[in-house]
Design a protein around this ligand. Structure first.
Ligand SMILES: C[S@@+](CC[C@H](N)C(=O)[O-])C[C@H]1O[C@@H](n2cnc3c(N)ncnc32)[C@H](O)[C@@H]1O
Length: 267
């Protein structure tokens, strides 16, 4: 990749949000064309390793549960929960991604309310959900992830659950390359400077944040959550699909995804 257009650099929350909204609006068609079939129209696929909620049962019985999907993209996960009997709302920052959510609702006949908003300012009253979840939505993209956990805690009832999948922090040590050339440690695990791509005008066009495992645990605990599990899905035998830096080669050596399962303490 062009060295001049990729960097690790500090950016304000506003700059990161603007870049990400533009990125996901522009990338929405390509993202769905590339990954839509793998993700399904009404499936909750947690990660490129292909772990499905139907098999993993990280959310428990969702029948009758009031749920919110953050950074929903085409909202396939929300439709899976709706079919399982949940009362679910799907939220994303990007109108482009939500356009695909509407198209998938038409295809499947499963309609969930769609909301365009920033996960850092959820347009919902306090304590109105039993469950908030996301597969790679919002959390890796916001500058202030501690504030995001506080915002999720605000909209959850006491005892409510928060389950989110993010890029495993091991990934940031290595080159962004799924082949053996990518198995070279190039950065410190402890360097939290965000990964950023820049357009020709020098404006940030894509920003992704790195947090260590310790950072995530500390941010969750500070927001009032109890961490109950941390899943590092192993690469399944026979799964050959490459998604960005995720590949069978890399997956055999170290995890690409971390799924945090937490709940608020009951009051
Ligand atoms: C990698 S995609 C994941 C989409 C979907 N969860 C999936 O599994 O395909 C990341 C999503 O997060 C959304 N996103 C990024 N920053 C966000 C924010 N601050 N608030 C809400 N959504 C955000 C993007 O618009 C995008 O749809």
């Amino acid at each position: 990749m062009d060295q001049l257009r990729v960097a690790h650099s500090d950016l304000s929350d506003a700059a990161a949000r603007t870049a990400n909204r533009r990125w996901w609006d522009a990338d929405a068609d390509d993202y769905q064309a590339t990954h839509g079939e793998f993700l399904g129209d009404a499936e909750l696929v947690w990660c490129p390793e292909g772990l499905r909620e139907a098999d993993a049962n990280l959310l428990g019985d969702v029948a009758g549960v009031r749920a919110l999907e953050l950074g929903c993209g085409a909202a396939s996960g929300a439709r899976w929960l709706a079919r399982a009997g949940a009362e679910v709302v799907a939220l994303d920052l990007s109108a482009g991604m939500l356009r695909h959510a509407r198209a998938a609702a038409d295809r499947t006949g499963v309609t969930v309310p769609l909301v365009q908003a920033d996960a850092l300012a959820l347009p919902f009253p306090d304590g109105c959900f039993d469950l908030v979840f996301t597969a790679f939505g919002a959390v890796p993209f916001v500058t202030d992830s501690a504030a995001l956990h506080r915002e999720v805690a605000r909209v959850l009832r006491p005892g409510g659950r928060w389950v989110f999948a993010v890029t495993h922090p091991m990934r940031w040590i290595f080159l962004d390359d799924p082949t053996e050339h990518g198995l070279v440690a190039v950065r410190s695990y402890f360097d939290r400077t965000p990964y950023a791509e820049y357009d020709e005008a020098g404006e940030p066009s894509y920003v992704e944040q790195h947090r260590t495992v310790g950072d995530r645990v500390r941010e969750l605990v500070a927001a009032g959550f109890v961490l109950t599990d941390l899943i590092e899905p192993e690469w399944p035998a026979g799964h050959e699909r490459i998604w960005g830096q995720w590949s069978p080669l890399r997956g055999r050596i170290f995890p690409g995804t971390a799924i945090y399962c937490a709940h608020l303490t009951p009051s």
